[in-house]
Design a protein around this ligand. Structure first.
Ligand SMILES: *Cc1c(COP(=O)(O)O)cnc(C)c1O
Length: 409
């Protein structure tokens, strides 16, 4: 209806014409859900309705006409769905471009809002880079950062947190589920420590939102960040939950049209928002089934790899979400292992930064040696993973580890 005079098709040398290689080999297995989840087909269908001229493409801020109003209504429904997912009120939800931005707004915005009360911030060495880099930047702005030490299992306990806190601590940033090890933090208990000291708590709940987030945890977080693409929604959309009392105080990091209570300017991406809302609805509907499914697959994977000597699970054995399993394969380099596992998408315990491969900061913080960290691989899976895929990958891992050890011997 809108675009009857569409531009002629581009010639081969006229722009983005290189086709993206989307061939995955026959039987390739995706076990990297902690990096990103596939979008649920129901979510993609819903998003499609908000893009083209036939659909609800209007600007949700243009409420003087029906195009904008329809989009605005869709955003309001999605906001309610996200609020329900994180047990809060719709007006406490601020849309962002993803969890990285939500974390930036929560931590920097929270720090600057409370700087008159103190300049001390507490976080942990296990956090996602977004959190650690915000902390580092705040340090350059005159804040002081302390890192609470986890125990050997990657858990943070109340007494350690208490030791890290001071009378001038204004903000604490901790994650609900670690993206590398799946270790769960007892946010409810730690939240009490934070609040007793008069500080506010930011929780990176990205990996927990679709798996284990409960009401007590959500209520303990003054600020809580989530991401669409870690919960079967699209990439490029996230949300920060700001508790009611903080909304007027948080210092925006993006300036412009005053959207989102003035906290995050910029035209709302209706299709992304609708997608994240639909994903949240599905998570709530399927939470029980998804949890059973993940737990069953997790058990199968564990049982198979436990048969191999010298393979162990990094992080907590007891407080871990099913679906994220970080395996240390002694005597084997993750890089060789990844090659041997060709066709199985997993993630190494090392982050590649430009030229050098560095061991994961999370595994190092757990006390693993450089070598141990470099011999670890993360398997992460979820809603669309099948039993067959997990068995196939587990047996391949077992075989490959044995073969690589024979080679090294
Ligand atoms: C993926 C991830 C993020 C960043 O989320 P984006 O939406 O990709 O910016 C932050 N924290 C954790 C724990 C993550 O896994």
């Amino acid at each position: 209806m809108l675009n009857q005079n569409a531009a002629p098709p581009m010639k081969a040398d006229q722009g983005i014409t290189e086709p993206v290689d989307h061939t995955t080999g026959d039987g390739d297995i995706y076990l990297d859900y902690a990096a990103t989840t596939p979008v649920d087909p129901a979510v993609a269908r819903e998003m499609n309705r908000y893009l083209t001229g036939e659909g609800l493409f209007g600007n949700p801020a243009s409420v003087t006409h029906q195009f904008g109003k329809s989009a605005s209504d869709a955003v309001a429904i999605a906001r309610r769905d996200i609020a329900a997912l994180v047990y809060s009120k719709p007006k406490e939800i601020i849309w962002t471009s993803g969890a990285t931005e939500a974390i930036n707004l929560g931590i920097k915005g929270g720090a600057f809002a409370r700087r008159d009360r103190g300049r001390h911030i507490v976080t942990s060495p296990l956090e996602h880079r977004a959190v650690l880099d915000c902390a580092k930047w705040l340090e350059s702005q005159g804040f002081e950062i302390s890192y609470v030490e986890p125990n050997i299992d990657g858990e943070i306990d109340g007494p350690s947190l208490m030791r890290a806190m001071r009378s001038d601590t204004i903000l604490v940033a901790l994650m609900l589920v670690n993206n590398e090890t799946g270790t769960i933090t007892d946010i409810e208990r730690l939240g009490r420590v934070v609040h007793e000291q008069g500080a506010v708590l930011h929780v990176d709940a990205v990996q927990g939102a679709a798996r284990i987030l409960d009401e007590g945890t959500a209520a303990s977080a003054d600020l809580l960040s989530i991401s669409g693409h870690k919960m079967y929604g699209p990439k490029g959309i996230g949300a920060l939950r700001v508790s009611e009392g903080l909304i007027g105080q948080l210092v925006p990091q993006m300036h412009g049209g005053g959207h989102e209570s003035g906290l995050r300017s910029g035209t709302l991406p209706t299709h992304q928002i609708v997608g994240m809302g639909a994903a949240a609805r599905l998570v709530r509907e399927r939470r029980y089934d998804d949890a059973l499914h993940d737990a069953a697959l997790d058990r199968i994977l564990r049982e198979i790899v436990e048969q191999v000597e010298g393979i162990s699970i990094n992080g907590s054995q007891v407080r871990r979400v099913p679906g994220i399993m970080n395996l240390r394969c002694d005597g084997v380099e993750a890089e060789s292992l990844m090659l041997a596992l060709r066709g199985i998408a997993v993630s190494a315990g090392a982050a590649c930064t430009s030229a050098e491969t560095r061991p994961s900061h999370v595994l190092r913080a757990l006390g693993l040696s450089r070598e141990q960290a470099m011999s670890s691989v993360r398997f992460s899976f979820g809603r669309f993973t099948t039993r067959r895929e997990i068995e196939g990958a587990a047996f391949r891992l077992a075989e490959s580890v044995r073969a690589l050890r024979r080679l090294a011997a």
